[in-house]
Design a protein around this ligand. Structure first.
Ligand code: SF4
Length: 124
């Protein structure tokens, strides 16, 4: 890891952990999830909630916690520029990026690389 990446991570990690509970997946989609980090979902779902959301909006796995996707939907309604981004189909998580800087991965395009053979439904 380069010195530059270490410096960026030293800023990005504590900042995003404090604000969004970031799990450092390295492929940030907060703009598509109403600023609710999808990696806080115990099932790591990045395309909406599972079928287990409780009637009160809480998580199936952690009944005392709110479903991150309920927060995502509500948050997306408050983001005029990114309001429709919640409808974007997200590619599978690339776990090789875990712990790396999403800021760097955004700039160099690494976070946009999908697994070979994967295509969103709209393109298949
Ligand atoms: S980088 Fe990944 S884990 Fe961190 S806030 Fe963004 S989506 Fe969540």
């Amino acid at each position: 890891m380069s010195v530059t990446e270490r410096l960026i991570l030293a800023v990005e990690k504590p900042l995003k952990e404090a604000i969004w509970g970031c799990r450092m997946c390295g492929q940030c989609i907060l703009h598509s999830t109403g600023l609710s980090c999808p990696m806080r979902c115990p099932k790591n779902l990045r395309n909406g909630p599972c079928g287990g959301v409780r009637a009160n909006g809480n998580c199936e796995v952690y009944p005392d916690k709110r479903c991150v996707w309920v927060d995502a939907w509500e948050g997306s309604r408050r983001l005029p520029l990114w309001r429709d981004h919640i409808e974007h189909l997200q590619k599978p998580v690339d776990w090789q990026l875990q712990g790396t800087s999403s800021w760097i991965n955004l700039v160099n395009g690494r976070d946009g690389v999908a697994p070979k053979g994967w295509k969103p439904d709209a393109e298949s």
